[in-house]
Design a protein around this ligand. Structure first.
Ligand SMILES: Cc1cc2nc3c(=O)[nH]c(=O)nc-3n(C[C@H](O)[C@H](O)[C@H](O)COP(=O)(O)O)c2cc1C
Length: 197
């Protein structure tokens, strides 16, 4: 299984990257329980910030951005984590996925995560990230994980929630691997056939 991790944290070290790594480790561990190996690639969007902006304003695609977008299309699953800024996904996270054509993610299992300062914004995944991935026709995993600053303390349920999310992604991958994509324009019915000729 080819798992692509997209992390949109801006700090170094980044709590967003930390959550992305822990979600991915959990998914890989659970895939192992199903006798499935996984290969993991992580993309830090902060490294692509200028390339993403250039692509949006001038259509120039840098080789690094091209590789990342091609990997989004080919990956068996994505783990995506954004910091919550002003109540929703970060601008960089949104801008990157604005470059992904809807068909490229159709049917791909996606595990959603987010980090924030306050636990009061824990539903930002449900009202921000999940609708965007629904538009992209991705197969979002039901369990998502939001980690507020306080969740990183020892007595939180974060580890249990991460483990459940990883188990859910592994189960989705094992039960329904991503379907082959069919180009709807590859086999066009001749117009004469449509007219009954
Ligand atoms: C511009 C800005 C806006 C933010 N808005 C929110 C917010 O609305 N809700 C929230 O819980 N945290 C908010 N935060 C805090 C970040 O979500 C939090 O620090 C995040 O975990 C940082 O991730 P990182 O460590 O990976 O950079 C905001 C931070 C910044 C810089």
């Amino acid at each position: 299984m080819d798992i692509l991790v997209i992390s949109a944290g801006l700090s170094q070290p980044s709590s967003t990257r930390m959550l992305a790594d822990r979600l991915t480790d959990a998914a890989v561990r659970h895939l192992g329980n199903h006798d499935q190996d996984a290969e993991v690639t992580t993309v830090e969007l902060r490294d692509l910030a200028i390339d993403v902006t250039n692509k949006l304003v001038s259509q120039y695609t840098s080789p690094a951005l091209e590789r990342a977008l091609a990997h989004v299309r080919s990956a068996d699953a994505l783990v995506v984590v954004s910091p919550i800024f002003n109540g929703s996904m970060s601008g960089l996270f949104k801008m990157f996925f604005d470059l992904v054509p809807p068909d490229d993610l159709a049917g791909t299992p996606v595990l959603l995560g987010a980090t924030g300062g306050t636990p009061r914004h824990s539903l930002a995944i449900e009202h921000g990230l999940r609708p965007m991935f629904a538009y992209l026709r991705a197969l979002t995993v039901p369990t998502s994980v939001y980690a507020a600053t306080d969740d990183w303390g020892a007595d939180s349920t974060l580890g249990v929630r991460i483990d459940r999310a990883g188990a859910d992604l592994a189960a989705v991958l094992v039960r329904s691997p991503r379907p082959e994509r069919v180009d709807p324009y590859e086999e066009v019915t001749p117009f004469s056939t449509l007219l009954g000729g």
